[in-house]
Write a protein that binds this ligand. Structure first.
Ligand SMILES: NC(=O)c1ccc[n+]([C@@H]2O[C@H](COP(=O)([O-])OP(=O)(O)OC[C@H]3O[C@@H](n4cnc5c(N)ncnc54)[C@H](O)[C@@H]3O)[C@@H](O)[C@H]2O)c1
Length: 439
């Protein structure tokens, strides 16, 4: 037990099982990456839990441990993986098809990847219209499907001997959905599962099953999923942490770096045009306007919140913001994005910024999956339940308590994350005031 601090943290003993609905590009890049890192074949760049330090106390104290030495996190050697997919490919075959990692690397971790075979998925083609696969559960009701998932989870727990589990949604983006009556309370939701309410999405059935089994849940896609009163209520009732939504990678990550900088210097914005080409399966799903609508909303929300248009109408009250995603198969996972940003400064004189980011989507997303798995498990062992706003750092559309606007500025998010770790361990929070150095 770690007793010092504001919470008691149970030790990270035994194995941590990471369950993923969706064994596609992101999930397989994550699993193959962990297996490669364990064998010394690569380094965990991009991961805070593996690489980052945290400053403690005053700058003069020189205390700067690694985060993983400061809070008790699961060791990479203790991770075991499981998942579901509508396709029968094992993780080795899926990783080859995703085409993110080189075949020569995949060969070296072939054995553990081949051992990762997807369980039968809960799937509804009305929610992901561009895909169809054979590895799908059949059930009379959505409640029966949820119970099958709970059986899968318990079976996975037994067969791997995992002492703790987390679930990270790495499945496709579902069609856009507004919260409805069935989502408003747990009673309504459970009735809806029994009655096969069409407004309950597959991702929500997974989330329900996870929470019922006491398994923390994070949502890597922009789907509504766990962001509904019914599932927030269930998470609190079962003392389980939840987080979401939509991994913050690529273009949106760049946006949350640049926009706070413009606002910090009171530079105005007249327009921000963002376009992308990508050719992976995610791109194919997002080619469907209904799935794109979900992604678009997640991508668009960022700027207004960062720039606080209502506080600065003169600077940010009237900018034009557009986001486009174009499916372009030749590129595979090697996405390319262009941003044209029209800004204005002193006396209203216009200027432009151009960003051309040649990123690799899944290379940016994999360390996020790892960090979320380790931090959600930490939160669970620290007795933290419900929405974990301190994990906003990882998401395009961070979940917050009702009535709170989300914090999108990546540096505020990082401060929030690190201060939460300091708070857990009873260290002083860092305010960056620093007047004491000049007394
Ligand atoms: N790669 C990134 O940088 C990034 C960033 C933010 C969000 N995301 C989101 O993460 C998700 C995964 O991305 P990806 O690139 O791995 O996509 P992908 O298409 O390679 O993988 C998704 C997998 O989910 C499976 N799937 C779909 N519905 C399912 C269901 N109901 N149950 C089980 N499996 C299901 C698909 O068959 C597919 O294999 C997407 O929703 C994507 O929008 C990715």
């Amino acid at each position: 037990m770690v007793e010092k601090g504001n919470v008691t943290i149970r030790p990270a003993e035994g194995r941590l099982g990471v369950l993923m609905p969706g064994l596609g590009a992101v999930a397989t890049t994550f699993v193959a990456g962990v297996e490669a890192i364990k064998r010394g074949l690569g380094r965990p760049y991009g991961s805070l839990t593996q690489m980052a330090t945290i400053r403690l106390g005053k700058r003069t104290e020189g205390r700067c441990p690694l985060i993983r030495d400061f809070v008790p996190l699961a060791d990479l050697n203790d991770l075991v993986f499981g998942g579901w997919d509508i396709f029968e490919d094992n993780a080795y075959e899926a990783a080859l098809k995703a085409g993110v990692l080189e075949r020569s690397l995949l060969e070296k971790v072939r054995e553990p990847l081949e051992a990762l075979r997807p369980m039968k998925a809960v799937f509804d083609p009305n929610y992901v219209r561009r895909l169809n696969g054979p590895n799908v559960k059949q059930g009379r009701s959505k409640m029966e499907l949820a119970e099958m998932l709970m059986d899968d989870i318990e079976q996975f727990r037994r067969s791997t001997g995992a002492s703790r589990l987390v679930m990270i949604w790495c499945g496709s983006t579902e069609v856009h959905q507004h919260p409805q009556e069935v989502h408003q309370s747990l009673t309504n939701f459970e009735r809806g599962l029994v009655n096969n309410d069409p407004a309950i999405a597959p991702s929500q059935i997974y989330a329900y099953a996870a929470l019922k089994c006491g398994v923390p849940f994070a949502n890597g896609a922009p789907n509504l999923t766990v962001e509904i009163p019914a599932l927030v209520e269930l998470a609190r009732e079962r003392h389980v942490p939840i987080a979401g939504k939509d991994f913050k990678t690529g273009q949106t990550y760049m946006k949350t770096l640049i926009a706070p900088g413009l606002k910090a210097r009171m530079l105005g914005l007249t327009g921000w045009f963002s376009t992308n080409i990508l050719g992976n399966r995610d791109g194919e799903v997002l080619d469907d306007p209904a799935s794109f609508r979900t992604k678009e909303e997640s991508k668009l929300s960022v700027l207004h919140t960062i720039l606080q248009s209502e506080l600065y109408p003169e600077l940010y009250g009237n900018f034009y913001h557009m986001v486009r995603i174009n499916y372009y198969p030749p590129r595979g996972d090697a996405k390319e994005s262009w941003d044209n940003i029209d800004i204005f400064g002193w006396l209203g004189y216009p200027m432009q910024i151009k960003i051309n980011f040649l990123c690799r989507d899944s290379i940016l997303a994999a360390p996020i999956v790892l960090d979320l798995a380790l931090f959600l498990d930490l939160a669970q062992r620290a007795g933290m339940r419900g929405i974990q706003e301190w994990l906003s750092f990882y998401f395009k559309s961070p979940m917050t308590a009702p009535g709170l606007y989300p914090e999108h500025d990546v540096f505020i998010q990082l401060m929030k994350l690190k201060n939460t770790l300091r708070w857990m361990r009873g260290e002083d929070l860092i305010t960056h005031l620093g007047l004491e150095y000049y007394d």
